[in-house]
Design a protein around this ligand. Structure first.
Ligand SMILES: [Fe+2]
Length: 286
């Protein structure tokens, strides 16, 4: 990895190849993303108060916060407008809707450091999304709902694009309902000390997008910004790439198989027809 493309006009086919090669893409706010974020903001404000609380945890016990967070995750995932807004988003970004499949977006709320003393670790640990039973072609569209700072950003750890890190991904249990109880789920971790530096943090405005391969080693920076961070994780796969086993190089993911049946086609919202594990994990090294 060596390049961050800003507002690139590359076609989706080219963009995917660059992502599989470890490059990052950052985009300014666009109408479809603004609309998706506005829906999320409306739901957050209705649940946590208005205007959107940049210190969501203030005044809430940890238990109350977790209940509100869990409710919001479900509200955003299952709102009748969500799929349509994502369809518009993928269209605006030039994706072939009949070939592009997406998972319902996951809301992430990052309280300031120390608020969740028992839950912080798993959010900060460096990891690859491909450790979580995902194919090597998975792409993460990371969307900040509010402005955020370097002190609450994602960090990428480029040393590990080509280098493996020992991890326990082979034990990942995809049967757990991590989409509901994300903070209580058991996710793969490194089993050796990961060298954090050098790291790359990308800061963009609210409703911007950061696109990266799920094979990127990344972590959530401990939030010392003084403000709660709200973001959406939207993950996509391209059907042809999944079937052909294309994607980023697999240097250390040993998770058992992939969760593709949750993915829905952007054109008609039908579910992904699964392909074999060997096709998905046998990614072509670019
Ligand atoms: Fe991640």
């Amino acid at each position: 990895m060596n390049t961050i493309y800003f507002d690139s006009s590359a076609q989706d086919e080219v963009r995917r190849q660059q992502l599989y090669a470890g490059q990052l893409f950052v985009f300014s706010p666009r109408p479809s993303v603004i609309a998706l974020c506005q829906l999320a903001r409306d739901l957050i404000e209705a649940t946590l108060g208005s205007p959107i609380p940049q210190r969501a945890e203030d005044g809430l016990s940890v238990k109350e916060f977790l209940v509100a967070e869990s409710s919001l995750k479900q509200q955003i995932m299952h709102h009748p407008q969500t799929k349509l807004l994502i369809q518009s988003l993928l269209q605006e970004f030039g994706c072939d809707l009949s070939k592009t499949y997406f998972d319902l977006p996951q809301l992430r709320i990052m309280p300031y450091r120390g608020y969740l003393p028992n839950g912080e670790g798993m959010f900060h640990d460096p990891h690859r999304d491909t450790w979580y039973a995902a194919p090597q072609c998975i792409i993460n569209w990371w969307i900040p709902i509010c402005d955020f700072a370097s002190e609450s950003a994602l960090a990428f750890h480029p040393l590990y694009w080509k280098e493996p890190a020992q991890n326990d991904s082979e034990q990942f249990n995809q049967g757990q309902d991590y989409k509901i109880n994300f903070r209580e789920a058991e996710f793969p971790h490194p089993t050796e000390k990961v060298v954090i530096e050098p790291e790359i943090r990308v800061v963009c405005p609210a409703s911007g997008i950061l696109l990266f391969s799920g094979a990127q080693m990344h972590s959530a920076v401990p939030n010392t910004s003084g403000l709660t961070r709200y973001s959406l994780d939207l993950r996509t796969i391209h059907y042809d790439d999944a079937v052909a086993g294309k994607g980023a190089p697999n240097v250390d993911s040993h998770s058992p198989d992939a969760l593709l049946t949750d993915f829905i086609q952007a054109a008609d919202f039908t579910h992904f027809l699964n392909v074999t594990e060997s096709q998905m994990k046998g990614a072509v090294v670019l």
